[in-house]
Each structure stands twice: as structure tokens, then as C-alpha cells.
Design a protein around this ligand. Sequence first.
Ligand code: AVJ
Length: 366
Amino acid sequence: MGATLAINNNKDRIQVNLKLSSLTTEEVGPANDLATILQGYTSSTLSAGDAHLAFATDVDRGLHCRPRRLDCKYLYDQRGSELFEAICDLPEYYLTRTETQILTKVAEEIAAETGPLTLVELGAGTSRKTQLLLDAYCAIESQPDYIAVDVSRSALDKGRRMIGETLPTVRFHPLCASYQQAMPIFSETGKTIVVFLGSTIGNFSEQEFNVFFHQVADNLTMGDYVLLGVDLHKNVETLEAAYNDSAGVTQCFTRNLFSRINRELGASIDLNQVEHLACYNEAAHQIEICVRFLESQEIFIEPLNARHRIEAGERINTEISRKFTLDGLASRLAAFGFKTRKVFSDPDNLFALLLLKRQETHLHLE
Ligand code: AVJ
């Protein structure tokens, strides 16, 4: 085993490192040009055909589960990303405006703490909130690199246009990929801050949370940072209102997953029979979102020629949104090698931003 393996026991990363270094031998540009590296990564490993088949396979697998479930990342096609942006502007959806309020206040302090580095944002969407952070980095470095990772190509395009206008010195690198696909990139970006806002971490089950932070820690280097946005415990009324808005946008957002299945997988689900439900599970501290089918329906997945019979009254889980406490979180993150450097919150303690620093941790020397 070579030195790399001893220091960094991560098979995925090693494979990708090899792939990336072979790309740099081509005549496309200098080895350290981030744009070139990302282009090569995108064209060699992430194809649209694979994504379509993965969608079909994941839907099929989820419908075989009991209870049935669908992966919430598929909520974000073009229409879904637009609907999510509309959710962010809803009066009941306090999360986005509270996080924006916190970021406005503390962006400079974050940049001052970390110094110049590459920003990598997971689930960037249209990068609206991130502009506040990028603005602060523009004040301390001339051309900050910003890699926006999202599964929605249209959201990335919109973000790129917006950042191009408001912050033209930012080097914007869109990466249309899942988090897992994007993580090997962390080793190519020099000193890095991984930005994970909006309490998207709340979508992960306890196990997914653990896998995620294990992978992030594994792919980062000592001294790198994570900026994590988390939604905090609060009363049931506020929480349930945020996911059952009076304008019905959240219902459209959830239903859109089924119209996407119709559009892309050749199903013909009657969307009028798909009812959105969002309830707070107080014991588990999570919003649970599902749909209930009012009438029996068949879901046909054309690429796999698979059929699922959904009975009247049956539910399909689409999303969880967990809520956190600061104490619990900091100690759990410490176990993955993240020291909580700063915690920022709003006056009502609705939401928090944690600035974490990657520290010495579990050595897997073999
Ligand atoms: C993007 C995961 C943070 O859980 O609040 C909003 C998604 N779903 N309304 C959340 C969502 C329905 C949102 N996150």
C-alpha cells in the first residue's frame, strides 16, 4: 500500500484521483485549472442516459419497499426547482428568510474566520442565499472559485446568470451531480469550505446523516470548513404550517414528483388522485411528507416495463425534514472530526448556521 492509502483510506477518492490525473495529461489545459478538471469529470463520469435509468431504477426500487417511498432528490427537476423557489418565498416558510437574515449578518465574519478558499456548495439550487457569502469572499480575494453542485441543470443555469451579473469576479463552476458524485472533487479544490444550507441535511435519515458526514470528512483535508444550515426544534403549529402552506405550493411541489414520473418514465398517474400530507412526528422530531392515493392507480415504469398497483388510501413517503438541537448536533459532528467553530442563530432561535472545521480524527492506518 502506498502513502496515499495510508493517509486517506478512501477507495472512491483514489479511483477518481486516478481518473482526474489522467485527464490532465490531455492537451486541454493546465493541470490545476478547476474548470478543466470539472469538465473532464462531468464528461467522463456523469451522463444523462445514466441519470434517466437511475431515476427509473430508484422509483421502481422505492415502490417495492414497504412502506413505499421515493427519493426526495427527484423532487428537483426544472419544474420542481421552480416550485421550491416559490416555497422559499411563502409567508409560512420561515426557513429561507431566517437563514438569509443570519447570513446577511455573519457572512463577513465567516470569510474572516476561514480566509480565502474554494466554496463548494451541495444542493446549490439557484445560489440565491450563497450570493451573500460570495460577496464576503469577493472582499478578501480577487476571483473566488465557487463550485455549485445540484441535480437540477436549470437551477444551476439560473444561478450562473445571476452570479455573473451581481458578482462578475466569482469563478462559477456548475456541477450537475448528486452529492456522492461530487464529493471526490473536494480533493481537487485546495483549501475548501463545503456549504450545505437550507437544512437540506434534514432530508437525511439518521443513517444517511452518518454516511454523509463520514464521506464529507473523508474527502476533506484538515483545516477545511463546512458551513451547515439547520432548522431547529419549535412548536408543531409553526412547523406544520411551513409544510402545508395556504397557497398550496407545497402540494404542487410534492405532486410534481408524480408528474415527473409520468413525463419521464411513461407512467399515467392521475394527479388529481394524489394528495399531499405533511405531519410533524414529535417523537422523531421530523416533518414527514407523503402522498395518499385517493383511488387505486397503476404506476407503469416504461424503461423497465414494471408495474406497481397502488391501492386506494395507500401512501407513498416522499420526504422527511428533521429538526435539530444545537447541543445534540455539535457532539455528533465531533465524532466525524468536525469541531464547531461558530454557531449563528436568529433572535427567535428558529434556525442556525454552524461553521465547522475539519480536525484530526479517527486514523484508519492499516
Ligand atoms: C430543501 C430539504 C430544506 O425540508 O424544508 C420544503 C424541502 N419540502 N417544503 C425542507 C421542502 C417541502 C426543504 N429542504
